[in-house]
Design a protein around this ligand. Structure first.
Ligand SMILES: Cc1cc2nc3c(=O)[nH]c(=O)nc-3n(C[C@H](O)[C@H](O)[C@H](O)COP(=O)(O)OP(=O)(O)OC[C@H]3O[C@@H](n4cnc5c(N)ncnc54)[C@H](O)[C@@H]3O)c2cc1C
Length: 485
């Protein structure tokens, strides 16, 4: 017995349904040719999802899930016409009121991540204005198919733009430090960050600059001594045991993440994106419900394409998302004199004998210092309720002072904490793509400690998936949510 696949096409003046017998193995293309259809499918692995360029409203049903369970929507069929040869279909349930002919009848089967937006799409909703939501909004509005009269893009944010880790991260960007699942995206994103800075004045507006990245080991009682690397002017030479190069100005750079995220949002809004302040409470296929921050009223919006970019809060919206939250504290210090452009990954043996590993990123006007993560408290409902433990910040101030007398004399500007979105399954990369089994629901979350670096690339490929039907700028197949959901 062959499993069956059911195509149903509905549009004004056209109701057409048929079931085609297909073998469980072997290319669909051959099967469909044998069935004398005008369709051609280029992939034979389930789930059975089709994409029809230039047509409207084609749905496919997964035989394994039972007839009538929609597993995908794609393309358009206003003019779609297809026909099966009666002898090839043992249970032919064809019923056609009208079958308008069209010279092209091409359907491409693709994975769920490659579902394309239909011609009738109007509302795109992005949930969360962190760096991923903001860059997605930006790239949607810069996509060649974006048309203000056709697409209404909304970003719904519970607290404020960059309220979470996107406003409190270090902002290091790396070209080639990424594992196999994010290597392509990492490179694309690194190059896009440079393009964005060139195009929109990122050097001034969000502190984009190339920098040198080093690994530094220090000890209260050093067993060996090392010289300060040339150019690094703000680390004490006394106590330095080892210094080695991790990244050059060609391979590492930085942004101020809060400024970058806010500027991406501003540029998106300039092109018509609406920012709504409210907390999303429910996402259905086709609608989003949120509670307004100003009025506390519950509202539901039509949303043909909904993109969940809620970082570590993503599982509160998509229960099945395997993302956990790790809290991390950070401080910023304004040194008395400007310091050289270096990012430092440290290992410091303190006078207490304890070894700590703060990371320090010099910015044009301050130095950012962050410490290790903790799981002492679970993530609060909203980013403004994140608990900051003062003693953790004090520890970072002391560690920075031990490493650098320039920082010891400096002024502490910020003492903060935020939650990192950590993937619990998969290859270590984030999820970027369509949520399996849902219609028009997408997710881009779980970027762990690389969300700022990967943000531009993530926004770019998501905009392509949604408006072109596939990621064109780079292959992100290993980040397909169906791998982990
Ligand atoms: C200490 C630290 C240092 C880091 N340093 C770096 C670095 O140097 N380089 C790097 O590349 N990455 C770094 N990261 C990682 C990076 O910060 C994150 O990966 C990235 O910010 C995640 O962005 P996001 O947009 O997915 O999530 P978030 O920034 O968490 O944004 C999610 C947004 O969604 C909103 N939201 C949540 N729930 C809802 C809801 N129900 N309705 C509406 N809105 C909602 C939140 O308010 C928030 O604004 C660092 C992280 C930490 C913690």
């Amino acid at each position: 017995m062959f499993p069956r696949i059911c195509f149903r096409v509905q549009s004004p003046g056209l109701v057409f349904q048929t079931r085609l017998p297909i073998p469980s193995k072997g290319p669909f293309r051959a099967v469909l040719k044998r069935a004398s259809t005008k369709l051609s499918l280029d992939r034979n692995s389930p789930p059975f999802v089709a994409r029809a360029r230039g047509y409207h409203d084609v749905s496919l049903f997964d035989p394994a899930a039972g007839m009538g369970t929609a597993v995908g929507f794609a393309g358009g069929a206003r003019m779609l016409y297809f026909r099966t040869h009666p002898s090839s279909c043992s249970h032919d349930h064809t019923s056609a009121r009208t079958t308008p002919a069209h010279p092209r009848y091409r359907i491409l089967a693709r994975s769920l991540a490659h579902r394309s937006i239909t011609m009738s799409t109007e509302n795109i909703t992005i949930i969360g204005a962190g760096v991923i939501g903001a860059t997605t909004a930006y790239y949607l509005t810069r996509h060649p198919k974006y048309d203000l009269s056709k697409y209404k893009i909304r970003v719904i944010e519970a607290t404020e733009v960059a309220a979470g880790a996107s406003g409190k991260a270090g902002g290091l960007l790396a070209l080639d430090w990424h594992g196999p699942s994010t290597a392509n995206l990492g490179e694309l994103s690194y190059n896009l960050h440079k393009q964005l800075a060139d195009e929109h004045g990122g050097f001034e507006k969000w502190g984009y600059r190339a920098l040198t990245t080093m690994s530094i080991s220090t000890s209260f009682k050093p067993r060996r001594t090392a010289n300060l690397p040339p150019g690094l002017d703000w680390v004490n030479e006394k106590g330095l045991e080892k210094a080695s190069l991790l990244g050059t100005e060609e391979t590492t750079a930085q942004v101020h993440p809060y400024k970058f995220t806010n500027e991406m949002m501003r540029l998106a809004r300039e092109k018509g994106v609406e920012l709504i302040m409210g907390k999303v409470t429910d996402v259905k296929d086709g609608s989003v419900t949120y509670v307004s921050k100003d009025t506390n009223e519950e509202k539901t919006l039509d949303s043909t394409q909904t993109i969940v970019t809620a970082g570590p809060w993503t599982p509160k919206i998509l229960k099945e998302a395997p993302i956990s939250a790790t809290r991390a504290h950070s401080i910023t210090i304004r040194p008395k004199k400007p310091v050289s452009a270096h990012a430092l990954f440290t290992s410091m043996t303190l006078s207490s004998g304890k070894t700590v590993a703060p990371e320090l990123y010099a910015r044009p006007d301050e130095v950012y210092v962050c410490g290790e993560g903790d799981h002492l408290t679970s993530i609060p409902e909203t980013a403004d309720k994140v608990e900051v433990i003062q003693s953790r910040c004090d520890d970072l101030v002391k560690q920075a002072g031990e490493l650098s007398s320039r920082l010891k004399e400096g002024e502490v500007l910020a003492c903060q904490a935020c939650y990192l979105p950590v993937m619990e399954r998969g290859m270590g990369g984030p999820m970027v793509g369509a949520v399996p089994g849902r219609k028009g629901v997408w997710v881009a979350a779980g970027h762990s400690c690389w969300g700022i670096s990967l943000s531009a690339g993530t926004g770019k490929v998501l905009s392509e998936m949604i408006l072109d039907g596939e990621a064109k700028s780079c292959d992100v197949g290993m980040l397909d949510p169906s791998e982990v959901l």
